[in-house]
Design a protein around this ligand. Structure first.
Ligand code: GLU
Ligand code: MG
Length: 522
């Protein structure tokens, strides 16, 4: 019998008699949409070859071909083995209206009208172009792989509203300045026991169904309590196994302060890699948990667990691309960050950031209000900005101060000298959150801004408040010309329109708070 031809597989489905292994994927074909428009680098072609080998060897039959939408939520199609070769040549199509929806699935732009955003009318196709370097085998779903995509128009041009592309654009601008960005993620989240899926869960665009019924899993107020975490050991083990099998750089899992609240941390890595990792990690955690009867949420303040919010503290630093030198690490004797007297008196710490780091941080602070629209993109996230909660409520920085919006850690000799922005909520779109930081920080670099003094009174400092609502943050974004220009006005307007729609729906909703407060009294 002739040996199977690896580049052509025209045998019937079961002829090999060995499942997937008997039907190898064609080794490569540069004849499709991806080659025509030159969308892959040599490294991506090499990664695609590796992907094919892994699929052949592990017997993967299904591959989830997914992109991160404006909310950082993965959407896509599950390609069968027989359609995968074509997906790797030409991508997978999806309706362009996916890029026009708010968190309830409601399109907030006209779709079937000439007023639709350019190229996104008629719910016509966009093309999801797999990035083979992101391929993973999913450990909890049988014979299933996963690949993240970039979004292109059918003529091969980039779609401006591709979250991954938006971050890549900022990273390219940063590379133009001679730097790379490193980001570490700390994600807090809530774990509940899941109730049954009832008929009331059914929703509609603009009108989501009832939230899942949930029961608490830990009583709260016992930070880092090992025994309480042991009570969730089944989940901890499954998360560890699942996330590490996905090659996510998981560093720790711990019990957080709030009831039913946990935290996970990942190793700091290249910004684009971390953005992908957080995107995959959040949905992975929910999927793994659901299989064990838990409901995990990365929303900031779920009802029934209000003692503590969930935050996403974004640790960031730059590296000089040419030398590999940590660009935020100060040299001994470099000028002090902020007010020297206060630094010495308050902390005895000298110069926690280099001049580059100081200018970058001042950029982060100047654009904080507008960038909050990305760091805290939900209505719920603003209920987190409360004094003395370890979440920030105003625009200030401090030296290793966890009440400050920006916590700076490091100093001479510490290559991990960095800025930790504590504004974010874990529901933030990782690509847009990180892109907004870069755009802000780079403005600080471009203008050579001088860093304001630090605070050791983060909840009492005479400093501007963070936006009090999603509406305020979006209005700040509308006003911030530098941030708009950096992200492009087209992207800023698109994002603001989506978030405004979400906020307007919220304002129209009558809540149980109003009912309790007023109905009986008035
Ligand atoms: N849960 C707090 C927040 O919302 C952070 C607690 C901590 O410092 O780990 O940011
Ligand atoms: Mg924490």
């Amino acid at each position: 019998m002739e040996p199977p031809v690896r580049s052509r597989d025209d045998r019937p489905f079961a002829a090999g008699g060995t499942g997937a292994r008997g039907r190898p994927l064609p080794s490569e074909d540069r004849a499709g949409f991806i080659a025509r428009h030159g969308l892959w680098s040599d490294a991506q072609y090499a990664a695609a070859a590796q992907l094919r080998r892994v699929i052949d060897e592990t017997g993967v039959e299904l591959v989830r071909v997914a992109f991160a939408d404006q909310h950082g939520v993965l959407r896509g199609k599950t390609a069968t083995r027989s359609s995968l070769a074509e997906a790797l040549r030409s991508g997978v199509t999806a309706p362009s209206s996916l890029l026009l929806k708010d968190t309830s699935g409601k399109s907030v732009f006209p779709v079937f009208s000439p007023d639709a955003p350019p190229g996104l009318g008629g719910a016509g196709d966009i093309v999801l172009v797999p990035d083979p370097a992101t391929f993973r085998v999913i450990p909890w779903a049988a014979r299933t792989g996963w690949v993240l995509c970039d979004v292109r128009f059918p003529d091969g041009t980039p779609v401006p509203f591709c979250s991954r592309g938006i971050l890549r654009g900022q990273l390219a601008a940063l590379a133009g300045r001679g730097y790379r960005m490193t980001v570490g993620a700390e994600l807090e989240f809530h774990v509940f026991r899941a109730g049954p899926f009832g008929a009331d869960r059914v929703g509609a665009p603009g009108a989501p169904g009832a939230a899942p019924g949930v029961l608490p899993t830990t009583p709260g107020a016992q930070l880092l309590h090992e025994e309480a975490l042991d009570g969730l050991d089944e989940l901890v083990q499954a998360l560890h196994q699942g996330l590490t099998a996905l090659d996510l750089p998981l560093r720790s899992l711990e019990l957080e302060f709030g009831p039913s609240q946990l935290e996970l941390t990942m190793e700091a890595a290249d910004a684009a890699v971390t953005a992908d990792a957080v995107t995959v990690c959040r949905t992975a955690v929910r999927q793994i948990a659901r299989r064990l009867g838990y409901q995990v949420t990365f929303m900031s303040r779920p009802q029934g667990a209000e003692t503590a919010s969930a935050g996403w503290h974004l640790h960031q630093s730059l590296t000089e691309a040419a030398t590999g030198r940590p660009a935020f690490m100060p040299e001994a004797g470099e000028p002090e960050a902020g007010d020297p007297e206060r630094n010495q008196a308050g902390h005895g710490v000298r110069g926690p950031l280099s001049a580059t780091g100081q200018a970058y941080l001042e950029g982060i602070l100047r654009h904080a209000a507008a960038a909050t629209a990305f760091a805290a993109p939900t209505v719920n996230g603003y209920k987190r900005f409360q004094a003395y909660s370890l979440a920030p409520d105003r625009v200030a920085w401090g030296i290793d101060n966890k009440g400050a919006m920006a916590r700076v850690v490091g100093g001479p000799g510490d290559p991990a000298s960095r800025v930790e922005n504590r504004t974010g909520e874990p529901a933030a779109n990782p690509y847009l959150y990180i892109a907004s930081q870069l755009a802000s920080g780079m403005d600080g670099l471009a203008r050579g801004l001088t860093l304001r003094p630090p605070t050791d009174d983060p909840y009492g400092a005479d400093a501007a408040r963070l936006p009090r609502s999603l509406g305020e943050a979006v209005a700040a974004l509308d006003r911030d010309e530098a941030l708009r220009a950096a992200l492009t006005p087209e992207v800023a307007d698109w994002y603001a329109a989506i978030k405004r729609s979400e906020f307007d729906r919220y304002l129209r909703h009558v809540s149980d708070w109003e009912q309790r407060e007023y109905l009986g009294l008035f």
